[in-house]
Design a protein around this ligand. Structure first.
Ligand code: NAD
Ligand code: ZN
Length: 357
C-alpha cells in the first residue's frame, strides 16, 4: 500500500487583525518590479477591506465576479489578461470565499502552465509550479484555504485541478474578515465544513490523521451552530478554525455522497456548493442518519431556508447529465460506500435521489 505524501500550505498566520501583516508577509516574495495581483471577491467593492490592501508599485486589485462558481473560461481570461498586461507577476493573492480563493490558485497555475485550465481538470495533470500564491478567506467552511484542489466548471465537467502545485504558499486566517456574513450564506458555507466532517468520519478511507482533525472540526461546528446562544466573535474564530481542520481531515480521506451528488446539481443548475450540499444532505438519512438528524436541528435553530423542489420538471436528459457528472466522482463514492459502491449506487437509485430535491 502506498501512503499518500501530501503537500501542505507552506505558511499560516492566524489571528484577529493578522491581515495587517500582509505587506510584511509579501515583501520577501516580490520579484523586482513584478506586481502582486489581488483577486478580491466583488462583495468587497468600495468596502474598507479593499482600502487596506498593501499596494506597492504596479500592484493591482481585480474584483472578481463570484456570482457563479469559477469557470475554466474565466480563469483563462484572467491569466491571459495578466500575461498581456504585465508579462510576469510576483504573485496572486485571493481574498474572499472559496470561489475567490479557487480563482487565485487556478490563475497562479495558469501563469506558468500552457493551454487552458480545462486541460488540467483531473488528478496530477499540472506540470509546473504556478507563481507565488496566497489565500485569505473572508467566509469560513470550504477548506479551500488548505486543499490541493481548485474546483472549476469546464466545458465538459466540473472537476478540480488536483495537484501538489495547487496548495497556497501562504494563508492568512483573520476571523475579523468573516464578521457580518449574512446568516444564510454563513450557514450554507459553514455546513460545507460540517458535511466534510461527517463524510470524512463516516467514510471507509478514514484513518487516525483524518479522524483527529475531523472530530475537532465537528465539535467546533456543533458549538457554533447548535450550542451557542448568539453569533459573536468567538463563533467567527471557531468557524474559521473548523474550516481549516475540516479541510485537513479530508486531505487525508475524502468527502462522500452529498458532495458527489451536489456536483451534479451545480453542473446542471449552477447551484452553489454550500447550498447545494445542504439541499442534498437534507435527504441523506439513509447514508448518514445521525448527521442528517443533527443537521436538521441546526437548520431549525438557525432559522435557515433550504431551497426545495429545484429538480422539479427537469427532463430525462437533464437527470442523465447530473447522474453522469456524479458518477465520475469515483473516489467519493468509494469512500462513502466501499469498494463495491457501483452495486449499491446504481443510476436508478441516483435518479430517485435527484428527484427528491
Ligand atoms: P463563495 O466564495 O462562492 O461566496 C459566496 C457569497 O458570499 C458570494 O456572494 C460572496 O461575494 C459572499 N461573501 C464572501 N465573503 C463575504 C463576507 N465576508 N461578507 C459577506 N459576503 C461575503 O462561497 P463559498 O461557499 O466560500 O465557496 C464556494 C466555492 O468554493 C465553490 O466554487 C466551490 O466549488 C469551492 N470549493 C472549493 C474547495 C476546494 O478545496 N478548493 C472546497 C469546497 C468548495
Ligand atoms: Zn465541500
Amino acid at each position: 500500500m502506498a501512503f499518500r505524501n501530501f503537500k501542505m500550505v507552506s505558511y499560516v498566520v492566524y489571528g484577529r487583525g493578522s491581515f495587517n501583516q500582509l505587506d510584511e508577509i509579501l515583501a520577501p516574495q516580490r520579484k523586482g518590479s513584478a506586481p502582486m495581483i489581488f483577486l478580491v471577491d466583488h462583495f468587497f467593492e468600495k468596502k474598507p477591506l479593499t482600502g487596506r490592501i498593501p499596494l506597492r508599485g504596479k500592484d493591482s486589485v481585480i474584483l472578481v465576479d463570484v456570482t457563479h462558481e469559477p469557470k475554466t473560461s474565466y480563469v483563462d481570461k484572467l491569466a491571459g489578461r495578466l500575461k498581456e498586461e504585465f508579462g510576469v507577476v510576483s504573485g496572486i493573492i485571493g481574498i474572499g470565499g472559496g470561489s475567490a480563493m479557487d480563482l487565485a490558485k487556478a490563475v497562479s497555475l495558469m501563469m506558468t502552465n500552457p493551454g487552458s485550465s480545462a486541460d488540467y481538470q483531473g488528478w496530477d495533470l499540472v506540470k509546473a509550479p504556478g507563481v507565488y500564491k496566497a489565500g485569505i478567506p473572508t467566509l469560513s467552511g470550504t477548506g479551500a484555504e488548505v486543499s490541493r484542489t481548485t474546483v472549476l466548471t469546464g466545458p465538459t465537467k466540473k472537476l478540480g485541478m488536483n495537484s501538489d502545485f495547487t496548495p497556497f504558499d501562504q494563508i492568512v486566517l483573520d476571523p475579523e474578515l468573516a464578521g457580518n456574513v449574512p446568516a444564510n450564506q454563513r450557514f450554507y458555507t459553514g455546513m460545507d465544513c460540517y458535511i466534510h466532517c461527517i463524510e470524512s468520519l463516516q467514510g471507509t478511507y478514514l484513518n487516525e490523521f483524518s479522524k483527529s482533525y475531523g472530530e475537532k472540526a465537528l465539535q467546533l461546528c456543533q458549538r457554533v451552530f447548535l450550542e451557542k446562544k448568539i453569533w459573536d466573535e468567538e463563533s467567527d474564530d471557531q468557524l474559521m478554525m473548523a474550516s481549516y481542520a475540516g479541510g485537513m481531515s479530508i486531505a487525508y480521506s475524502q468527502v462522500g455522497v452529498a458532495h458527489a451528488v451536489s456536483y451534479g446539481l451545480s453542473y446542471l443548475l449552477g447551484t452553489k456548493h454550500g447550498v447545494g450540499n445542504c439541499i442534498v444532505f437534507d435527504k441523506l438519512e439513509e447514508y448518514y442518519p445521525a448527521g442528517v438528524y443533527e443537521f436538521k436541528k441546526m437548520v431549525e435553530k438557525n432559522k435557515i431556508d433550504i431551497p426545495q423542489h429545484i429538480t422539479k420538471g427537469l427532463t430525462d436528459a437533464q437527470f442523465e447529465a447530473m447522474i453522469d457528472v456524479s458518477m465520475v466522482m469515483k473516489p467519493l463514492w468509494e469512500n462513502a460506500l466501499g469498494k463495491d459502491w457501483e452495486k449499491i449506487m446504481t443510476r436508478e437509485k441516483l435518479r430517485a435521489l435527484y428527484e427528491q430535491f
